[in-house]
Design a protein around this ligand. Sequence first.
Ligand SMILES: *Cc1c(COP(=O)(O)O)cnc(C)c1O
Length: 405
Amino acid sequence: MKKTIGMDRAVTRNWRPATRAVRGGTQRSEHGETSEALFLTSGYSYDDAQTVADRFAGEAEGMTYSRLQNPTVAMLEERIALMEGAEACRAQASGMAAMTAALLCQLSTGDHVVAARAAFGSCRWLVDSLLPRFGIETSVIDSADNDQWEAAIRPNTRVFFFETPANPTLDVVDLRHVCDLARAHGITTVVDNAFASPALQRPMEFGADVVAYSATKLMDGQGRVLAGAVCGSAQWVEEYLLPFQRNTGPNIAPFNAWVVMKGLETLSLRAHRQSRSAVEIGHAIEERIARAGGELRHPGLASHPRHELALRQMDATGPIFAFDVGTRERAFAVLDALELIDISNNIGDAKSLMCHPASTTHAGMTDEARIDMGVTEGLLRINVGLEDVADLTEDLDRALAAAGI
Ligand SMILES: *Cc1c(COP(=O)(O)O)cnc(C)c1O
C-alpha cells in the first residue's frame, strides 16, 4: 500500500517546496481518493470503552472530538507546517482567531509586549485595547527602525509581535535582526505572515518562533472562506497553544480547512504571478503618482526604503501595494471610477481589489494612531489579482485620470 494512511513524516519532510504544497499532509482513506476527503463530523465512535479512555488519557493516538482533532483539519495543518518549515501547526477559524490565540495562549498579567505600529487594524486593537484589559503592558514602535526594538525591551517583555510587509503601509521588518535580538533576550517572536504566505517568505528561516496566518488571504486565494493558522515548535504548540485552543475553541470548520488546502496547491503559482503583476503595475503608475505629489509603496520597487532587505528575505514581494493621492475625496474618486478592479477590503484574492484603509480596515483606530502608522486620508491599497496586467493598468489609468491625477 503506497501513500495511504499514516505517510512517513521523514519522507514528506524531504520533499521540495512544490511537492509539499500539493501533497503535504495528505492521508488517504481506504477508498484511495485523489482529492483529500472532507470529514464533516464533530465526534467519533469507538470499538470499546478502553480505546476512548486511552485516547483521553493521551496514551493512544486517535480522534476524540473535532474541537481537539479532525482528519481534514489535520491534513491542512501538516501541509502548512511542511510549507512553513515548522515542527507543528494548528489551524484556526480566522486570521484574528490565530493572532488572538498566538498571543493570549502565552501571555499573563504583568507581561509586556512590543508590537509594530504598522499593523492590520484588528491586530492593533488586540495590542491597544484587549491585552491591556488583562494587565498585559504593550509598547508600539516603528518596526522599520531596528534600534526601536531594542530600546523598547523591558525586564518583563515576553513577546515581539509584527507583520512584514505590514498592512497597509508595506513597512518591512528586518527579520534576522529582530528575531536575533528577541532570542538573545528570551523573547518569543510572533510574526503575522499574511501578506507574504509561506510561498514568498518563511520567517522561521530567519529565526522567528511563531508564525501566524490569516489563511483567508493568499492561502485560500479565491476569496471563499475565513481561515487562520499558527505555526511553532512542537514544544511551544504542546505547552501553550494546544491547551488554549482545546479549551477555548477557535477551531476552523473542516469544510473551510478543505477549501484552504486546495488553495495551497496553487499558492506558489498565484503568489509569484500576482507579485510580478504588482511590480509591473507599480512601475507603470509610480511616476504619475509622484508627479501628483503622492508616494507609491511596494517592497518590490527600488523606491521602497527597504527594497534590498525585502529581496533578501522574500522570494517575491507580494500582490499588494499602496499609494497616496492626497485627500479622501480624490481617493474615493479613484475608487468610484474603477470599472474592472472591485472596491473591496479583502486581499490575496485572484481578483484585483482596492480599498481606502482609513475608512475601512483601519477605521476603528483613533485618528492619531492611524496617522502615526502612516494610514493617511489619501491612501489607497490594491491587491493585484490574476487578471491581465494590461487590463488592470488601463483601468487604473482611467480611474486616476477621472480623479484628476
Ligand atoms: C486580514 C488580516 C488579518 C485578519 O485575518 P482574518 O482572516 O480576516 O481574521 C490579520 N493580519 C493581517 C496582516 C491581515 O491582512
